[in-house]
Structure formats: structure tokens, C-alpha cells
Design a protein around this ligand. Structure first.
Ligand SMILES: Nc1ncnc2c1ncn2[C@@H]1O[C@H](COP(=O)(O)OP(=O)(O)OP(=O)(O)O)[C@@H](O)[C@H]1O
Ligand SMILES: [Mg+2]
Length: 348
């Protein structure tokens, strides 16, 4: 996303994250997984920013790079005006407290040998600035905020249901008063019956504590209902980005079309053409040179194989990276037949 706004809370510029692929012999690299490739985006204060895309497209890696958990191979991450990866150790630690994460799996993310008090107070305990009494009072306050009670203080994670465990994870994430919270598929491991409760709790907490959220989800209906702006990712790259309402009303990228066509819309006036994607997401070790989606794209042309699709702003807060939508750039060598539809070639 190329658009900027005064004083965004997160500003990522041309961020790439590669993971080395090791061979059978130690110290010999066989290549690298391009988990995130040249992603730029801004997140505004107080908004809920959605990240969607198929499994393995780099959503969690991007979020981890955003909060200092994975160092980008290239590019810059600016959080609250500070270049995250250029901070001193102490400044990084202090800034990192401002950013927290809620994990997908509340079963494995809570230490089963710790009781509720120990689990929730751990970040305060590690910071080492507060008395036992202060920590206990704060944990009780948070338990009440997330819909549990002080009677739960000395119980263990195994005594709780999935939804209750996620409430504990939320309490732990907000104990140090962060301003920025990444929710990485916070309800996908839970029973459908508790999805709405946890989502409502997250929205209430956001309002009360004036938090900025990044919300990663496979569920586009949820993204539509709770996010303000969003990006659609495919194989480490942004395909479409912008205002959620704009994208849902006027999706332009064929990949976004395919994702949205799988969502049941309660509005019967918005019947979408069903687009069924064939094949699997290609390997991120050797992604296509041109548009990364071309092999599965119903609109792909010959040139899409080799010419990368630049992100173009098509209307206010709406960016699309697609040759079919934007046309091929004039500035590149295109080669003969570059604009022949691949689908037509396959049919001939
Ligand atoms: N620590 C790591 N080491 C090596 N490869 C990794 C690592 N973390 C992620 N990857 C790879 O990077 C790519 C992106 O992974 P990531 O977990 O970010 O995807 P995702 O979009 O969050 O998927 P999901 O929806 O399944 O959670 C995948 O190919 C994954 O195998
Ligand atoms: Mg993930």
C-alpha cells in the first residue's frame, strides 16, 4: 500500500522476509523461502487492519516482522515513529511491550504448569517493577474485564474451555497496557459457538483501551464485520489493499474475487460469480517471476508470467497489483503475444 497518512502507528516499507532452506549437509543453503516479498503498508492509529489470504501466504510472518519477532531480510518497519530494527536493546524491549499478540491456539499458547495468576502476570513479573499485591490486583481487574472472575486466579489452563483459555490469552496480552495488538486467527481453533463472544470481547476491549488491531483471519465475513482496512496476500505479496467496504463492494483482483465468491453474503442483491481456484499455491522457494498468482488466475495473460504486477492506486484507499485490472506498464519489454489470455491458449 503506497498511500501514507499523518503519523501512522505502523509503517512498513519494502519489507521482505526470507527463511533459509538448509540442505542435508550443515552450513549448506539450498535456497530460501520467500515468505514475504517487498510489502509496504501503513496502519492507522485506532483502526482494525485485516490480513487475509490462503494458508502459507505469509500472514503470520508479516505480522511477526511488524512486532519485532522476525527480522526482515530487507526493508524497514517503523512503529510509532521509531525504526524497530535500529533501536538499542533497551529501547527495543520498551517498544516491544507496546505490541502484543493473541495466538491462534489457546491450548498450546498457555503453559499448563502455571496457574492463571502466574500466566497472566508473567509479563509484569518479567518487567520486574511491581509488587506482588499490585500484580494480583491488576490480574483480578483483567480477569473481570475479559469475563472471568477472581475465583479463577489459582486454577490451571486444563480447567478451562477453549473460549475461556482465549480470554486468559487476551488478559495476558493486555496486562502491560499495549497500544497495538496482533490477533493471529484468534478464533479459528475455537468452537463456532464461542466465536462471536470472543470477537465481541476483542471489540469491547479495543474501544475501552483505544487499541490498534491487526486481525489475521481466513474468515472474510469476520474481516468484513470488524476491520476498517485490509490487505489480501498471495505467496508473500499484496494483491489488493485498502478500505474494507471498498474492497468488498468493488473487488478488482481476480484472487480477491475468488476469495469473496466463497463467502456467503446475506445481501441477496450482491450475488457474486462463483470463481473456483484450481491447483495449489506454488512453492515460495521458487515463486513465479511475474505475477505470483498467474498460474491459477482465470484472467492471466502471457505477460503475467514474466512481468511483475506493480501496486497501482485505482481509487482512494484502494490499491491493486494486477495487469488485467491496470494494464501492462509501458516501461517494460513485453515480448510478442504478451497480452494473449492464457486461458484462451489452453482452450485452443
Ligand atoms: N520459521 C520459519 N522457518 C522456515 N520457514 C518458515 C518459517 N515460518 C514460516 N515459514 C514459511 O513461510 C511461509 C509463510 O508462512 P506463514 O506462517 O507466514 O503463513 P500464513 O499465511 O500465516 O499461513 P497460515 O494461514 O497457515 O497460518 C510458509 O511457506 C512457511 O512454511
Ligand atoms: Mg499464520
Amino acid at each position: 500500500m503506497s498511500e501514507t497518512k499523518v503519523n501512522p502507528i505502523v509503517d512498513m516499507r519494502h519489507v521482505s522476509v526470507d527463511f533459509p532452506v538448509k540442505g542435508a549437509l550443515p552450513f549448506i543453503r539450498k535456497g530460501c523461502i520467500q515468505a514475504v516479498s517487498d510489502v509496504s503498508l501503513t496502519i492507522h492509529r485506532g483502526e482494525t487492519f485485516g490480513i487475509v489470504g490462503e494458508s502459507g501466504c505469509g500472514k503470520s510472518t508479516l505480522a511477526n516482522a511488524m512486532i519485532g519477532m522476525v527480522k526482515p531480510t530487507a526493508g524497514e518497519v517503523v512503529f510509532d515513529g521509531k525504526n524497530l530494527y535500529e533501536l538499542s536493546r533497551d529501547d527495543f524491549k520498551a517498544t516491544r511491550r507496546d505490541m502484543q499478540m493473541i495466538f491462534q491456539d489457546p491450548f498450546s499458547s498457555l503453559n499448563p504448569r502455571f496457574n492463571v495468576y502466574q500466566i497472566i502476570s508473567e509479563p509484569m513479573f518479567i518487567r520486574g517493577q511491581d509488587s506482588e499485591a499490585t500484580m494480583k490486583a491488576r490480574v483480578i481487574e483483567l480477569l473481570e474485564l475479559v469475563g472471568l472472575s477472581k475465583d479463577d486466579l489459582y486454577r490451571y489452563p486444563s480447567d478451562f474451555s477453549g473460549g475461556q483459555r482465549q480470554r486468559l490469552g487476551i488478559a495476558r496480552a493486555i496486562i502491560l497496557n499495549p497500544t497495538f495488538l496482533v490477533c493471529d486467527e484468534p478464533v479459528s481453533a475455537l468452537d463456532v459457538s464461542v466465536h462471536a463472544q470472543i470477537l465481541n470481547l476483542l471489540t469491547d476491549i479495543q474501544k475501552k483501551l483505544k487499541l490498534t488491531y491487526v486481525f489475521i483471519s481466513h474468515n472474510l465475513a469476520v474481516v468484513k464485520s470488524i476491520c476498517d482496512r485490509m490487505i489480501v496476500m498471495y505467496l508473500g505479496k499484496i494483491m489488493e489493499a485498502g478500505n474494507v467496504k471498498t474492497i468488498f463492494d468493488n473487488p478488482l483482483h481476480p484472487y480477491t474475487h475468488a476469495l469473496l465468491s466463497a463467502v456467503l453474503d446475506t445481501d441477496q442483491t450482491k450475488q457474486r460469480e462463483q470463481v473456483i481456484l484450481k491447483g495449489d499455491i506454488p512453492s515460495p522457494i521458487d515463486p513465479p517471476k511475474g505475477c505470483r498468482f498467474y498460474q491459477r488466475c482465470p484472467k492471466a495473460m502471457e505477460g503475467c508470467k514474466t512481468i511483475p504486477a506493480p501496486e497501482i492506486t485505482v481509487e482512494e484507499d484502494h490499491v491493486v497489483a494486477c495487469h488485467y485490472v491496470n494494464g501492462f506498464p509501458e516501461s517494460v519489454e513485453k515480448g510478442e503475444g504478451y497480452d494473449t489470455p492464457l486461458k484462451q491458449q489452453a482452450d485452443e
